[in-house]
Each structure stands twice: as C-alpha cells, then as structure tokens.
Ligand binder design. Structure first.
Ligand code: MV4
Length: 540
C-alpha cells in the first residue's frame, strides 16, 4: 500500500478533528460514537446508507431536492437539508450546496451512494478540503480508475489479462482503422473518460468507422467533457461478471466473489445474481486474485468493483473498475453475509477489515430484479406519475430495498429505479422460485413498471437454465415483451369483467365456494390487478 495514500487518510481524519484512526494493523479505533454522516443521495440508496448508519450508532443526515421533500429518507434522518430545485445539476450534483449542508449539519463524513457525485474525484477532494471523511476510495485512486485507458495500461503492466486493444487514446480515425485491420472486425469504441456504456460504439466493418468515431466522440464530449477514445476487439457471446472487493486503510483487502450481470438492456442492468453459474470455486479464486491485483496496483481503498468479460472457455478479461457501492450490491451481501455499506463506513472511519479471505465463501444464491418506473410493453419508455397503491412483497428469503411510499410521485428528473427486489435461496432454483412468488405479490399501481417483464423473464427457459450472455436480452426482448403489449383495450375489458365477477363472488361467497379453485376469469382479474389495471381496491 503506498505510504502517501495512508498519510492522506490520516490527515483527512485529523482535519475533521473528531475521529481517531488506528495505526496500521492496530486495534479498531472507536470512531466518535456520535459521528454524523451526511448522505449525498436520494431514493433507495439514501435509505440503505441511512439504515447502516443507524445500526452502527451513527447519526444520518440527508440532503434533498425540492422534489424530494416528502420522501422516506428525509422522514427518517436525524436532520435534512434542502439543497435546491429538482434538477440534479441544481441539487444532488451541486458540490457547494452539499458542502454547505455538511457544514450546517456539522457532519464528520459524507457517503455519496451511487451515481451523482459518487465517482467524481473533485468531490472527494472537496470533502477532504472541508475536513470531511469521504466514504469511498482516495481521490487519486478514483481518478486513476476513472481514466479507462490508464487503468487498462496499468493492468496490462501488472499481468492482468485485458481485452486486446489500443493501450493509448486513439489519435485519429486512421489509428483505429489500422487497429481494425490488424485485429479484425467487429471492434468497439469506448470513451477514455467513460464507463457504463456511454460513448460506446460497436463497429462491424471499416465502412462504418468514420461515422461511429464521430458519434462516439461527440457523445463522450457531452457526457464526460472529454472526447478521448480507445478501441478494443469486440467480444461476443461473453458474460459480464464483476468481482466485489473491500480494502481497508491498513493494507488489507479481500474479494467477495462475483456477480453475474449479463442481463442488460442498453447498458441498464435489469437482473443480477450471485454467484455466477459460470464460475467454480477455483475460477472464482483466480478472478478474485486478479481483482485484488487491481486494488494493489492503484492503491485502492474502500468498496469497489472490478468488471470482467468472461468468454465461453472461461477466460476472463479485465474491463474497468467501478469506484463506488453498486446498485446490485445486495446479491453479494445475501450470499456472503457481509453488510457492504456498513463495511464502507467502517473502513472510511479507519477501522481495519475484520474479514478473512479463507472464510468468505458464497452460501446459496441471490437474484436481484431492478424495478423500474418504465413500461416494458412499450420499449421501456419512462412512466412517471403518482403511486396510488403499493404492496411490497416479503416472506422467506425476500428483501426489498426501496424508499417508495404510496402517494409518492415518480418524476422524470431522476433515475427510473424505484425498488430492488432481492430473493435468496439455498440454490439458484429456489432463489428463482421465491423471486417468481415475490414479483407476483408486488403491486405498484398508478404507473407502469418493469414487473411484468420480470414475470416473463423468470419463466424463460434460457434464463432458468442460466444460459446467459450479454446478447441474451437484446435477442429475447421481443418475445419477452410481446405478450405484455396485448394488454390493450380488449384485455383491459376482460380484466374489468373479471373484476366485476370476482366482486360478485365476494357478495355471494357461496358462488366461489370455500377453497374452490379460481376460474380463468378470476385469475385473469387478479393478474390484471397485480399489474395495476382494474379498480384500486382489493377484489377477493
Ligand atoms: C465490451 C464488450 C465486448 N467487447 N468490450 C458494457 C459496459 C462497459 N463497462 C463495457 N461494456 C462492454 N464492453 C469489448 N471489448 C461488451 C460490453 C457489454 C455489452 C455490450 C453491448 C451490449 C450489452 C453489453 C452488456 C455488457 C457488456
């Protein structure tokens, strides 16, 4: 572990004047019992961090935009500060407004969640400068892994297998054309400052290169303020697998196995799971070892994720590092029995990792469905509006991470993620069974959600068999969503009829008969109700 990084951390903690940091490998330093943690985020992740703070005995403080005044994190926090109007640029992305709130709250630390400022080294530095502990990696490490070309070059030097490609930013289209000639098409263009699919373009033939380069550059420029590009061989029929790591400020690091994230649509993950059917324990250790090499190479601290592509022969290729807690972290928590957000906070406050690599083995299987305020029947178009009724599933093996309350309004200002539904089982089959049961219980009325898509996916033969790759969803999205579009006027009429009939059965219980199997109409009515059609009151 580079000394400089450690020194920075100590200085940062001292500047706050309130936190003691243990010596390297020394006993755990009792952080200030009343440490106040400012949560610079919203929605489910703000609530997730708030809960970790509570369990640790720390005081959670939140910031919120004018649109989020009546949300659950604001209700449950010890203090809440309005930081501006709804648009993210004037609230959750406003570094000065957040630091003003931190000062007013007399906060000791800041947790950025994911998205917004979570991977912005300027923000991490600004927190440092204000005497606040930033719950995340040191700014230097964050900056390094944020430059995808730099990160690639470093990994290559350290002997981690990287995807064949350019190790420098491409000077011009000619440089990429030369690479394409050498390696063969298809190739993929990526933004040097990018990640997560923005500014990416797959190029299948040299004839498409010119326009693809122009499009990718302009997208990179608007998204990241940097039009730098590099090129790689485009790998097909591969899985997207990522390793979770935790590294403390004392030179100790562990990996917590993998998450399988191949079920994506336009770089939006829809379903994630842990572990992956594609890795056996030996392969897991190999990949984990590579991820820890990444940690060592860049002086990484706190929680992080190392992304790989896994080819059909089980070979892994490094892609990039995500310097944040990720949306899909719960599946790792469920199979590893580790509270990752709690670990993030403990590490940031200087506590040594209490985990031993040898004892970290996945137990059972966990699957997460991201519930989005989008209409899967119409190309996942945004579906804003008011949640008029909400029924959240529960029961054995089910976890729901959401800040949603009935009456909340979903606006177009923020991400469409409204809830995460996580199912755990002793094996993959049990996790899928529980998930099917839970998605059928879940009701979000008033808006369209991705739930009907999940119900279809969980019955897809390839998904159930674990036959996944990054092209799976694009190939299957049509067949998985076509039946959903049938909920047109006719189906809605059928649903209304079914509801009327079921209502009659309430007033004439003998008509249904105690314990009698429901008829097709009643089942259709129930089904329709689950998806938010029909009357807004219980029918049976
Ligand atoms: C790739 C790739 C294939 N070949 N790079 C997507 C997110 C970002 N972290 C990198 N990503 C990819 N990079 C090479 N050289 C495939 C992906 C990828 C993907 C691409 C198209 C459609 C869906 C995808 C899902 C996951 C990963």
């Amino acid at each position: 572990m580079p000394r400089t990084v450690r020194t920075t951390r100590k200085k940062r903690a001292r500047a706050g004047g309130t936190l003691r940091v243990s010596r390297p490998r020394g006993p755990a330093a009792p952080a200030r019992p009343s440490a106040r943690i400012l949560i610079a985020n919203r929605g489910e992740i703000a609530l997730r961090v708030l809960r970790a703070c509570r369990e640790m005995g720390y005081s959670p403080v939140v910031v919120y935009s004018e649109a989020d005044r009546d949300t659950l994190p604001v209700r449950l926090a010890d203090a809440a500060f309005c930081i501006g109007p709804a648009p993210a640029a004037t609230s959750y992305l406003d570094i000065d407004a957040i630091l003003r709130a931190a000062r007013a709250a007399r906060a000791d630390a800041v947790h950025p969640g994911y998205g917004f400022l979570a991977e912005n080294p300027e923000f991490a530095r600004a927190c440092d400068g204000a005497g606040l502990v930033f719950v995340g990696p040191p700014p230097e490490a964050m900056h390094l892994v944020g430059d995808k070309v730099e990160a690639r070059r470093l990994m290559e030097k350290r002997g981690v297998p990287v995807i064949p490609g350019l190790l420098d930013r491409a000077a011009d289209t000619a440089a990429i054309a030369a690479f394409g000639q050498r390696i063969g098409y298809p190739i993929i263009l990526k933004a040097a400052a990018g990640g997560g699919g923005k500014g990416m373009r797959v190029v299948r033939a040299e004839g498409e290169l010119d326009s693809a380069v122009r499009a990718a550059r302009s997208e990179a420029k608007t998204s990241f303020g940097d039009d730098g590009l590099y090129a790689e061989k485009f790998m097909e029929n591969v899985r997207h697998v990522e390793i979770q790591i935790l590294a403390d400020n004392h030179g100790r690091a562990v990996h917590l196995g993998e998450r399988e994230c191949s079920v994506q649509r336009r770089h939006q993950k829809l379903v994630e799971e842990a572990p992956s059917v594609a890795l056996d324990p030996a392969a897991r250790e190999r990949l984990g070892g590579m991820a820890l090499e990444v940690v060592r190479a860049c002086g990484y601290q706190n929680a992080g994720t190392v992304e790989f592509l896994l080819d059909g022969r089980g070979r892994a290729h490094f892609m990039e590092v995500n310097a944040r807690i990720q949306v899909e972290h719960p599946v790792t928590e469920m199979v590893m029995g580790v509270d990752l957000v709690r670990a993030q906070i403990a590490i940031a406050l200087g506590e040594p990792l209490g985990l031993e690599q040898e004892r970290l083995r996945p137990r059972g299987w966990a699957i997460e469905c991201r519930i989005l305020a989008e209409d899967p029947a119409h190309g996942f178009r945004p579906s804003p509006g008011r949640i008029v009724a909400l029924r959240v599933p529960a029961g054995p093996g089910i976890r729901v991470d959401t800040a949603l309350q009935a009456g909340d309004s979903i606006s177009l200002h923020y991400d469409a993620l409204i809830a995460k539904l996580i199912a755990w089982g002793r094996d993959r089959a049990e996790a899928i069974h529980r998930m099917r049961r839970a998605v059928d219980e879940f009701l979000v009325a008033g808006i369209k959600t991705s739930l009907p898509f999940d119900r279809a996916l969980l019955r897809d033969a390839d998904f159930v068999a674990g036959r996944l790759d990054i092209g799976f969803l694009d190939r299957r999205i049509g067949s998985l969503t076509e039946s959903l579009r049938e909920v047109g006027p006719e189906a809605e009429m059928a649903a209304v009829a079914a509801c009327i009939r079921a209502t009659e059965e309430i007033s004439r219980p003998e008509a249904a008969g105690d314990g009698a199997a429901l008829g097709a109409w009643s089942l259709a009515g129930r089904r329709a109700l689950m998806d938010g059609y029909g009357p807004r009151r219980p029918v049976v």
